[in-house]
Write a protein that binds this ligand. Structure first.
Ligand code: PMP
Ligand code: GLU
Length: 406
């Protein structure tokens, strides 16, 4: 690195790291491009193509010349469709002025952080957490307060855990259900219990609904705001089309919340990205207003894969893993496996084990450390059934090579 006066990077980035999930996914893609047969369980995105009717709407937008700036917070038709979508799914009504369309749900969360968090604020984040939440807090100068959860509690924060984490500096609590990376989801009773703890405080509640459509085994998703509508004036509900409609590359998300917060968020957005891509907005509009069969079809396929993935993982001696209620990740505990490996293999933690799987088995997984849960690995099952079978087989065989018992 050069050390000249002009080579400095802003200090606010000192404590911020790039997305490890995106980095590992990119590394797997690089290896594949180099002709190496890598199977990837790292990507947090559906392998399905974006449904054709959605792509057709985007083509129409281009043909009609819908290629110019739009309103910063999104076209009115899309905001209206989002309001209807929220009302239908969560039973809570938002007006178009209470909704901002953003460049993906990650951008919505970033805007929330940038517009509403200040240095000295504490942001409560249950662990295992999605990698981006603490980094957004830090980018805004706020301090993440990580709340560990236990596998015995299905990786869910209990009311007492939340209570302990709250303090005079708490600005917001982030709730991600179903969760990335564990797939755990809070039921109505659990959300109501958290709402009871939060009611006497002045904490905002940021709810990430990006996996809300993807639940399994009959689990019924509930949004925090549906369970505690009396707290709507301090909820920021974040969602998007990336996961439910296989639209990760289109970059459309949104945030719904009180009007004055949305105005602040749009001030940030108007000086950063301006509007989200006009063409992608039309595609997202089609996704929301067209029949929803494609969502259910993909959900069903994910459920089959979830079962396959679980079965294969549990067949590896020493692995413990909860059956996820939703999203498309499993989060197995490999700590017992790691403890029993041949010391000569020099694998002492999840990061080294993930590196070994990539080198030796040509399988990409994300180390649990990235999500604040060492000893675990995250595997995405948003990939074909043959890949799941073959990948798990490779992992199992590669472990046999470094297991003292053979
Ligand atoms: N929240 C969670 C929990 C996620 O896993 C993702 C996926 N990257 C996002 C938000 C952001 O999704 P996007 O920006 O693609 O809409
Ligand atoms: N949410 C996805 C994941 O966790 C996408 C990667 C990212 O945005 O960091 O893998």
């Amino acid at each position: 690195m050069t050390n000249t006066a002009y080579s400095r990077i802003a200090r606010r980035l000192d404590a911020v790291r790039p997305s490890p999930t995106l980095a590992i996914t990119a590394r797997a893609a690089e290896l594949k491009a180099a002709g190496i047969d890598v199977l990837s369980f790292s990507a947090g995105e559906p392998d399905f193509p974006t449904p054709e009717h959605i792509c057709a709407a985007a083509r129409r937008a281009i043909d009609e010349g819908f290629t110019k700036y739009t309103a910063v917070g999104g076209i009115p038709e899309l905001r209206k469709a989002i309001a209807t979508n929220i009302e239908t799914r969560f039973g809570v009504r938002y007006g178009p002025a209470e909704i901002a369309v953003t460049v993906g749900a990650k951008h919505a969360l970033f805007n929330v952080a940038y517009a509403l968090y200040e240095p000295g604020d504490e942001i409560v984040i249950p662990a295992p957490y999605w990698v981006t939440y603490p980094e957004h807090a830090r980018l805004a100068g706020a301090d993440p307060v990580v709340v560990p959860t236990a596998a015995e509690n299905r990786f869910k924060m209990r009311p007492a855990d939340l209570e302990r984490a709250l303090g005079p500096r708490t600005r917001a609590v982030i709730l991600s259900t179903p969760s990335n990376p564990t797939g755990a989801a809070y039921d109505e009773r659990e959300l109501a219990a958290l709402a009871e703890v939060l009611a006497p405080t002045s904490a905002l509640v940021v709810t990430d609904e990006i996996y809300a459509s993807l639940t399994y085994g009959g689990f019924r998703h509930r949004s925090f705001v549906s369970v505690a509508p009396q707290m709507k004036d301090r909820v920021l509900l974040v969602d998007g089309v990336s996961k439910s409609y296989a639209m990760t590359g289109w970059r459309i998300g949104w945030v719904a919340g009180p009007r004055h917060f949305i105005e602040a968020i749009l001030t940030v957005q108007s000086q950063a990205t301006s509007n989200p891509t006009s063409i992608a907005q039309r595609a997202a509009l089609e996704a929301l207003v067209a029949p929803q069969d494609c969502v259910e079809e993909m959900r069903r396929r994910f459920e089959v894969r979830r079962d396959l993935m679980l079965e294969g993982l549990l067949a590896i001696p020493g692995v413990r893993c909860l059956a996820p209620d939703g999203a498309f990740y499993v989060f197995p505990d490999f700590s017992e496996v790691i403890a029993k490996l041949d010391p000569a293999a020099r694998i002492g933690n999840d990061t080294e084990l993930a590196a070994y799987f990539l080198e030796e088995a040509r399988v990409a997984v994300v180390p649990g450390e990235a999500f604040g849960a060492p000893g675990h690995l995250r595997l995405s099952y948003a990939t074909g059934e043959a890949t799941i079978r073959e990948g798990l087989d490779r992992m199992r065989k590669s472990l046999q090579k470094i297991h003292p018992a053979g």
